[in-house]
Design a protein around this ligand. Sequence first.
Ligand code: G3I
Length: 328
Amino acid sequence: MLAGFALSMAGIRDSEAYRNIVREQCSIAVAENAMKWGPLRPAPDSYFFDDADELLRFTEANRIRMRGHNLCWHRQLPDWFAALASKQNARSLLTAHIRTVAGRYAGRMHSWDVVNESIQISDGRADGLRNSPWLSLIGEDYIELAFRTAREADPSALLTYNEYGIEAETPVHAQKRAAVMLLLRRLRQRNVPIDAVGIQSHLAAGASHRYGEGLRTFLRECRELNLEVFLTEMDVDDRELLAERNARDGMVADTYEAYLNAALPSGNVRALLTWGVYDRQTWLDHEEPRKDGLPQRPLLFDDELRPKPAYSRLLSSLQRYPSGGAPI
Ligand code: G3I
């Protein structure tokens, strides 16, 4: 079982304390932003690899495996994309990007999130596919094209489909799980090279958020398809909790533990990463802020990089299911 964090360039560049935590805690890491299209593609005909290269030099020097995130997504595309991409050139834009980026790091990556978040039930299609620019420009086989191109570019990285909103015991999550499973089965039937599923695991604390049977069934179905599972972006949104800090930290820790106790016994969870190292850098304060204006406390380390209750609870779950399998 590999474990670690999504890393920010600011943390890696500016803070020895941050680097130390990463060195101590991670056996795997991922760039929070540096390997996405936006940061990598300042202009249609040029690539900016400095940040991604620097990150990989740091992780390799510290024997930390690296995940790539991501090769094909509807968000964080560069500004020029909308103006330039067309039905005529979209296939070659996608394949050239994948060949260049996955090819540059070939042999050095643990895995790549090849396609990210391609299901959106509310877009209304029978197959659940999201109305992303890739779908409208290329058609539904863009997913297959991305995976096949990634395999050619880096035959040794584990190729992953990464998705959110498929963890909880709600009808909305259940519907999305079903659409993701349909997609995975279709990819398998068509011999598309795919090795793993990334369950993002953006969790939420509070009475209405439960994790259990639906997730267990999904994990079993992944195993039947011979797919490994990575929990790729764990954190706990605490918007529904009252402000008091200790109680909040306790309930966030409860959520991590309940989730891992549902997920880890499945036997095919091979890696687990939180989406950020410490609370101060969480994306949730920008995209899902609390109503009372307090910062969210979703991660394992606090603003001073001290471990929180969630850290020890996560460790004890990992010790209980050391290989993502049966309890010891
Ligand atoms: O770096 C630029 C900076 O130069 C610029 O001045 C500034 C102005 O807005 O933006 C900065 O970029 C921001 C970037 O984060 C780095 O901080 C982008 O605007 C902002 O959109 C971007 O947000 C990221 C978000 O994905 C959007 O793509 C978050 O950091 C990142 O945590 C989040 O991660 C996603 C995963 O990739 C996929 N799953 C969901 C997860 C959370 O949304």
